[in-house]
Every structure is written in C-alpha cells, then in structure tokens.
Design a protein around this ligand. Structure first.
Ligand code: GLN
Ligand code: ZN
Length: 759
C-alpha cells in the first residue's frame, strides 16, 4: 500500500506574525510593493522549508494568501465588481486590497464566517460580467517551490462547488451562465498546473459537508464530470472538511483521483459510510485524522488504531494521512510559549507539532513499527498528566454543578410581570438611551497598560489611571444626556481574555495567534481545567463608576457561550459541560454585582451564533445547551434587576425563538448594516421583550446626523412597540476616536428627544 503524510494547508502568518507586519506596513506605505512581494515570498518559502524540516512527505502550496483565499480566487477569475474597476491609477494589488478593506468612496466586499470557524472570508460577487483568468497565482506558488527549493508540492485551492456555493449575486437564471464560464477557468488553472508538472491538485470542498438537496448533489456530479473531462490527465483530490461527506454513496464516486475525508469531525458518519458503501479502490483516500481545529496533542496510538480500522474497512491501495482541515486554524508552534505550566504545555500541539504527529503516525502505518517509541509514550504520559491535573478535578466546581436544579434556569417571575416591576424600580424614560459597553481606548491608555504589564507601573497607579478614565467618561456620558451609563471597559483589552485571566481553569498564551480576518489575528485563551469563580472580576470598576452618578451604571459581562466559542476548549469533556461551568462562574459574578447595588447587568453573547453546527439538524441540540448556559448565568437575579444582552450580526430571522428563550429583559442587536432586512423580519417578531436596535454603524468613523438616525427610528417604530424600544449604537465603541464617538452619541440622544416629543 502507498502511504504518505500531508496537510490540507499550513498557517501562513509565520511564527511571529511576520505576515501581518509585512501586509500592514504595505498598507501604511512604509514599504514598496516590490519589498512587500519579496518579504512575503521569503516567508512563503520559509513556511515550506519548516514543513520539510519536520519531515512531512507532501507539502501544500496555495495555502498562502495576501488577504484571503476566496478573494484570491475571485480576483483570479475576474470577479471584480464594477465599483472597483472605476478606481483610476490603481495597481492590481491596491484594487485587491480595496475589495478586501474598502477605499476612498468604495465600500469593501462583504465578509462572513468561514463555515463554523472564527475565520472570516471575503464573499465573491458575481455581477454578470464576463469571467476571465488573470494571473494564475497557484501556478506561481507551485513553480516557486519547484524552482527555488526543488520541492514538488501539491497545489490547493477552493473547489468549484464551494466557490459557487459561497459566491453571491446570481439568481436562478444567471447561475447557469456563471457556472458555464467558471468551469473552463478552473480547467485552465488545473491544466496549467499539470503542464508545469504538478502531480496532484487538491480542490477544497467544505461545502460538500453541508446538508445538500438532490439538485445540489446533481450539480456537484455534473461539475466534476465536466471538469474531469476537460482535464483528463490531472489527478484531482477533492478534499472535504469540518463534517462528514454528505451523500457519501454518490459523492465518493465522483470521477476524481482522490477523496479526502475528515475523520475527526465527521468520524463516525464517515466510517459508517465506508462500512456500508466501501471506498472506490481506484482512488486515493485522504484520511484527515489530526485535528486542525484544536490545540491538543493527539493520542497517537489511538489515531493509528482508528486509521487501521478505516483501512480494514475500505481495502484502499493508496492513502494520504493528514490533518482534518487546514492548520490555518491553529497557531504555528508551541516552542515560543515560555510561561505555560509544563503539564499544559506538554499536552499541546500547534501546527508544527501536529505535523510531527502526522509524520510519526504515517511512519507506523508504513512500517508497522514506531519511528521513536519514546515520542509515543511521552505523548501518552503528557495527556495522562493533564487529565490527572488538579485543575481538572476541582471539587468546588463539581459540587456546584451537582447542586444545579431546574429552577436555577428560571427567573422568579415571567417577563411580563418583571417588566412592570422594573419599570417602577428603574424609573426610565420612554426610549431609553444607552451604549453597548466599551468607549474609545486612547493611545495613552494602551501605553499605560503595556507599562503595567511589564511591571514598570504599580497596580495602584494603573488602577488609578483606569479610575480617571472612568470618571472622565461618566461626566461625558452625563453631558451627552444618556439614560443608562457604562463604566467604559477601559480595564479590558479583549472581552474574553479579560475573564480568562481572572477565572480558574484558563491559561493565556504569549504567541498562540490565529487569523480572524485579513490581518486581524486573535489569541484565544485556553480553557484546560474546571472553570471556577474565585473573586469578583468586574465589581470594583462598575461600583466606582456608579458612585459618581445618580443614573444607573450597567454592569458589563461576556456571556458563557461567547467565552466558550472564542477560546480553545479542553477536549476531555463535552463543550456543554464547559459552558455550564462558565455559566455558574458568571452567575456568581452577577450575584456579586447585584449585591453591590448594580441594577442593570448586560451579558454579551455576540458569538452565540458562531457555535452553530454546520448541519441544521444539529442546531437544536446546540441551541438548547447554549441558551441554557445563558439562563443559568442570569436567572438568579431579583425581579427588579434588569438583564440585558447584546449580539452582533445575528441574522435575526432564523434566530427569533432562541433569542426569546434567553429571557433577557432587553436585547440590543447590530442592525445598521442590515437594517432593511431586520426591520422586515421584526414584523414577525411576536415578543414584547425590550429591544435596542443599533441606530448607527460603529464600524465606520462617519458621524451620522440626527435626521438619518430619526429615519431608522421611525421605520423601526412601525414594527416594534414604543414600550419595548431602546436606543443605542450597534456595538461597542472601543475602536472609535473620542471626538466622533461623542458627536455621534449626542446626535443619538437628540434623536431620542425628538422621538419622545413626536410619539
Ligand atoms: N460590551 C462589548 C463592547 O462594547 C461588546 C463587544 C461586542 O459585541 N463584540 O466592547
Ligand atoms: Zn457587538
């Protein structure tokens, strides 16, 4: 049997986020286009050499990008919307970045979540214009590795079905012409690669793991039939990931040379499908067995056993042993983590360490013996040690979990009764105005925090600085005339990391960055043990601000599901259990805030939607435990205490019932970018909960005037009642400038005042 090791893709950002620095300095015009290209090429070649040094058999190219790989393909196929074509005197590169980020007078292309990951891609737009292959970037990457490093690589790019599935702008009619034009371009790119000597082409088709209708399955079959007919000599590997291959019986028979399956996230379903239908033995089977989505060391012996059972079932002649998906979703290497405790560090595997695991596993499958026994036993010891770590057997947490009863998920009274009690207790005007929590973080604040972190500044001095900022902003908010104030979140850099630093069971890394979108990287905390609340985390600041004003200051917390979805999570217990632990910790924080006299508490859940499974049939299970976690966190409060929540980009439509189920007294939604849609879906909104519609877009520095906001308010009032209506910006203001924030909020308050006079 033929066995090789490979990965679907490797992180492009570099060990120290060099990629980000190069790209951003080009944006700032600190380097020329030539320097930019040179520096990125150097990084690209380094990435390949790193993988070679780790001993992987088949290295992938085309996993690199200048911003986003969907955007790369769109541009390569000439899918450049007309609004960018009128940009004069621009190079192809500046136009590319205008599509990604917008430019003077042109808005950026839409960006959205890549399947169920926290990565966001640029959505290609088809406007009906003729498609045309411009520069074949994938070919350049392939040739570069071949000529300069003498390495025969495997080019990868997003396959035609997924590309069509994710492109917007066509309707039922124009779709046929879009496909008709697109397919020859795919064939051309592939043919050029074959002519240049590429032995395999990997087409990534994650959309083949979604629920597919009969028509969609037929389309996939048709696409591949035609594609393969036009490039008969190409060896195509259709690589699926994030779930099991849908319609296995038919799609595993696509006329391509190989099919890659995710044996981590779709393990049971894929194995069952092979058991039932076999695997075509003229094809290469890609076995994605090392998790490309988590950071945990694999139990190598167990993975080998899994592979062997797949091999027994399938009778294949040739296999690729690889990652479950691209390793771009994990950080580069654990080598630079100096501060993690060894028990945790030894049980981690980032991209490089995962490649080493693959190399070991592949060696065993080839030779039926371990390359180094020691590696295998050490990995087992590391996993065992972490499992036995006291942080995973926290008795307080265990007994707290056991003590939870059904009642703990319920507020004392139903919303309708709470509403009247709160109205009396809180004495709010009609159309109360508030903000989402954070205010601009000045350069001085960032510098002060950095100095404090480096221990150049004492805790007292830092706390004093934060207090000064809070006091300043309490005054500003009072002057603006907002009804409910916030403390401003000046003590937080990140809404998840902040809580991770304070709760037991979390570790904060130094260098474990992954791309969220474009050049924006995030460093998710690691939840590796039982989550325990030990001390109040937010009370000091909120109470400080509350003492300075007669108005209510809203307590501000990140919700359990968002903390979970924006962290790397332990894999020894179900996520549901971790969510429950987080909920109990936040419940204690909420009690502490309430005891300290805080009457309104906001629990943000912007990432609630992000945890949704890919297949709709699995949604309700997730939503049940996610909603329960929120309720467990927030239900202990008195009837008088008002619970708020906030969500961004929630695609309200298919989310109405879960939102109601949260039973929060007030919800604020990001709406200004999709206002029209939201208003029409609100027509269907049957509930009386308080609702705050973002009346302006905080993502832009533009200050909207009063009439613009009035228009949104008046439209909104046609579908929701006066009693439930709140007025706020659509998200936190952390990234804005102070002057524009104040100006916009003043206009918002003016609009509220006008509205009160009118209605
Ligand atoms: N309270 C947070 C803030 O204002 C909410 C951020 C978010 O929704 N992403 O920054
Ligand atoms: Zn938001």
């Amino acid at each position: 049997m033929d066995v090789i090791s490979t990965v679907v893709g490797y992180p492009y950002i570099g060990e120290n986020r060099q990629w980000k620095r190069v790209v951003e300095s080009f944006w700032k015009r600190e380097i020329s286009e030539e320097q930019f290209q040179e520096q990125l090429k150097e990084l690209r070649l380094q990435n390949i050499q790193r993988q070679r040094a780790l001993g992987i058999d088949y290295i992938t190219v085309g996993d690199f990008t200048l911003y986003d790989r969907m955007l790369d393909l769109a541009v390569m196929f000439g899918l450049v919307p007309s609004r960018y074509q009128t940009m004069e005197n621009e190079t192809a590169l500046t136009r590319y970045y205008a599509m990604a980020r917008g430019a003077k007078n042109v808005v950026a292309c839409e960006m959205t979540k890549w399947f169920n990951t926290n990565y966001h891609y640029i959505v290609p737009e088809y406007e009906g214009a003729r498609l045309e292959l411009s520069q074949n970037k994938i070919l350049e990457y392939f040739l570069e590795a071949k000529n300069e490093l003498d390495i025969m690589t495997k080019p990868t790019f997003i396959g035609p079905y997924t590309f069509i599935d994710l492109t917007k702008g066509y309707d039922h009619q124009s779709r046929a012409s879009f496909i008709l034009q697109l397919l020859p371009l795919y064939a051309e790119v592939i043919q050029q690669l074959v002519d240049a000597g590429a032995e395999w082409i990997q087409l990534e088709e994650p959309s083949l793991t979604k629920s597919l209708s009969e028509d969609e399955v037929k389309l996939v079959e048709e696409l591949y039939k035609q594609l393969v007919e036009s490039v008969p000599t190409a060896n195509i590997m259709v690589q699926t990931y994030f779930e099991a291959l849908t319609s296995y019986e038919r799609l595993s028979k696509l006329p391509v040379a190989g099919i890659g399956l995710d044996f981590v996230h779709g393990k049971r379903e894929n194995i069952n499908a092979i058991r039932q239908h076999g695997f075509p033995n003229d094809k290469v089977l890609g076995i994605g067995c090392i998790n490309g989505r988590d950071i945990w060391a694999a139990n190598i012996a167990e993975v080998v056993a899994d592979i062997q059972s797949v091999l027994q079932l399938s009778n294949v002649q040739s296999v690729w042993i690889g990652s479950s998906c691209s390793l771009q979703h994990v950080p580069v290497t654990t080598v630079n983590e100096q501060k993690l405790e060894p028990v945790l560090l030894n049980a981690l595997a980032f991209a490089d360490e995962k490649i080493s695991e693959l190399v070991h596993i592949t060696h065993f499958i080839k030779k039926q013996q371990w390359m180094k026994e020691k590696v295998v036993s050490e990995s087992m010891v590391a996993i065992g040690n972490l499992a036995a770590h006291p942080v995973r057997q926290n008795r307080n947490v265990q007994s707290l979990l056991k003590s939870v009863t059904d009642q703990d998920y319920m507020r004392a009274l139903p919303y309708e009764q709470r509403r009247d009690i709160q109205k009396q207790a809180l004495e709010l005007p009609d159309f109360p105005t508030t903000t989402i929590g954070s205010f601009p973080q000045t350069v001085e604040l960032k510098k002060t925090r950095a100095a404090w972190r480096k221990k150049q500044l004492t805790d007292e001095l830092y706390a004093h600085f934060i207090e000064k900022e809070m006091a300043r902003w309490v005054r500003i908010q009072e002057e603006i005339g907002l009804d409910i104030l916030v403390h401003g979140e000046f003590e937080r850099t990140d809404m998840v990391e902040f809580f991770g630093e304070k709760l037991t069971g979390f570790a904060i890394t130094e260098n474990a960055w992954v791309v969220s979108y474009g050049s924006r990287c995030v460093k998710p905390p690691i939840i590796y043990g039982d989550v325990e609340w030990t001390n109040p985390m937010t009370v000091k600041e909120v109470v400080f601000a509350q003492k300075l004003t007669d108005k209510h200051v809203k307590g501000m917390l990140t919700g359990p599901v968002t903390i979970l979805n924006w962290s790397f999570v332990r894999n020894d217990v179900p996520k549901e259990v971790v969510a429950k632990q987080l909920a109990l910790a936040l419940r204690q924080e909420i009690q502490a805030l309430e005891e300290a006299g805080i009457a309104i508490i906001q629990v943000d859940e912007p990432a609630l939607r992000e945890g949704l499974p890919l297949r709709q049939e699995n949604w309700s299970n997730y939503l049940t435990w996610a909603v329960n976690a929120f309720k467990l966190a927030t239900s202990s409060v008195k009837n008088e205490t008002q619970i708020h929540t906030h969500m961004c980009y929630c695609e309200f439509n298919d989310f109405i019932d879960p939102i109601r189920a949260l039973d929060a007294d007030v919800i604020s939604l990001e709406t200004s970018r999709s206002h029209g849609e939201l208003i029409s879906s609100l027509k269907e909104y049957p509930y009386e909960l308080g609702i705050g519609l973002g009346v302006y877009d905080i993502h832009s520095p533009r200050v909207p005037d009063v009439s613009e906001m009035m228009k949104i308010l008046e439209e909104s009032l046609q579908v929701i009642s006066k009693e439930q209506f709140w007025i706020n910006p659509d998200c936190g203001l952390k990234t804005r400038q102070e002057s524009e924030t104040i100006a916009a909020l003043k206009n918002m308050v003016k609009a509220a005042t006008l509205l009160r006079e009118q209605v």
